[in-house]
Design a binder for this molecule. Structure first.
Ligand SMILES: NC(=O)c1ccc[n+]([C@@H]2O[C@H](COP(=O)([O-])OP(=O)(O)OC[C@H]3O[C@@H](n4cnc5c(N)ncnc54)[C@H](OP(=O)(O)O)[C@@H]3O)[C@@H](O)[C@H]2O)c1
Length: 337
């Protein structure tokens, strides 16, 4: 057990859910601290029915803390993680800053739990659009070795945090009232629109969000030969990312086999009956920890190809649930020593 834990970025969209997860999953600890920037320090937060004062995050805030779960913007994580590690505090970090550092394990507990055991103080949780995709890829990769993935994402506004959610709601109201709204999280109006750019230009016409899906997938599977071609799109949906995924495998996997493989994988729920109008939709998947898969069919354009539709709550398995599961793995490994 970690006796003293801290939630860094407790006031954010992900941080708020991490707090709920710790309570729901009865995460063990003796003392808990909530940290934020100057904006929220001093404010009160209710956790397990009790009021706590949010404290200012600074190097000394990590004195005596054994485990920190962080969900802050990248530059903040770049700064605070070394402060924590210098004080013997292990960090499970949600940000993108440390994910591709060779010294930092990038962990999805259902896929590469062993990676968590080799940490040097910092462990990363993947990007939300990567996590649901790799979990859906896992049984197909094990059965038939995935060579290539073509993925198009339909990403909810909560993926851009509290401000992203606010931009959708307030922007929609303003749109319907015929008024202007100054968007803060996005470069263009998201209400009644979609934006085919998430992140900045990173590599030969691909955005930073898209390249995360390429690099993180290869790191999690430990296989640089998996080719990924992503297109990431922000859509006016409040919560849950959806993905259209095409995979090409070395060994052919039939639709029936794929359905069985998905159904047998912990963390995946299959909802796949087109005739009955059954498939996963963001409105139904919000608040669930599972990765939902449906519309499973052969890819008509290649021999060993499968196409499917994948939806998951980006704030839960895409973020908070995965981070808390990583922390639980660490506790289990302590118990095994
Ligand atoms: N949203 C998702 O679906 C998702 C999924 C996976 C990963 N992530 C990653 O998780 C991180 C948080 O995302 P989010 O969506 O929760 O964002 P958010 O709603 O904007 O929350 C950001 C949090 O960071 C805190 N923070 C900002 N600057 C700080 C500073 N200088 N010192 C201490 N705390 C500071 C904020 O506290 P204040 O109240 O003080 O501003 C707030 O609690 C990001 O790196 C994001 O890429 C997000």
């Amino acid at each position: 057990m970690f006796e003293s834990i801290a939630i860094v970025g407790a006031t954010g969209a992900v941080g708020n859910l991490i707090c709920q997860m710790l309570e729901q999953r009865r995460f063990p600890y003796k003392k808990i601290t909530f940290l934020s920037s100057q904006r929220s320090a001093g404010k009160r937060l209710t956790f397990k029915g009790e009021q706590h004062t949010i404290e200012l995050m600074c190097p000394e805030a990590f004195d005596g803390i054994d485990l920190a779960i962080g969900s802050t913007p990248d530059p903040v994580a770049a700064e605070f993680c070394p402060w924590a590690v210098e004080r013997n505090c292990v960090v499970v970090d949600e940000s993108g800053y440390w994910r591709m550092d060779p010294k930092v394990p990038l962990v999805v507990p259902e896929i590469n739990p062993e990676a968590a055991l080799n940490h040097q103080g910092i462990l990363s949780s993947p990007n939300c659009s990567t996590t649901q995709m790799v979990l859906a890829m896992k049984p197909l990769h094990d059965a038939g070795k995935i060579r290539r993935v073509v993925v198009s994402t339909y990403q909810a506004t909560s993926g851009a945090g509290v401000q992203g959610q606010e931009d959708l709601i307030a922007g929609s109201r303003a749109f319907l009232d015929g008024q202007d709204y100054a968007h803060k999280a996005f470069n263009y109006p998201i209400a009644f629109n979609l934006i085919p750019q998430i992140g900045s230009l990173k590599h030969e016409g691909y955005t930073s969000e898209e390249m995360k899906m390429v690099y993180e997938t290869q790191k999690i599977f430990g296989d640089d030969s998996i080719k990924v071609c992503p297109t990431c799109v922000r859509v006016p949906v409040e919560n849950c990312h959806s993905e259209s995924i095409l995979v090409e495998t070395e060994k052919k996997i039939s639709v029936a086999e794929a359905r069985e493989l998905f159904a047998a994988t912990p963390g995946i729920k299959v909802l796949d009956d087109l005739a009955a109008g059954e498939y996963p939709m963001p409105a139904d998947c919000s608040g669930d920890d599972a990765v939902f898969v449906g519309r499973i069919r052969e890819d008509l354009s290649c021999d060993n190809g499968l196409a499917f539709w994948c939806v998951s709550d980006n704030l839960r398995k895409g973020a908070a649930t995965n981070a808390v599961q990583i922390a639980e793995l660490l506790i289990k490994s302590q118990a095994a020593v």
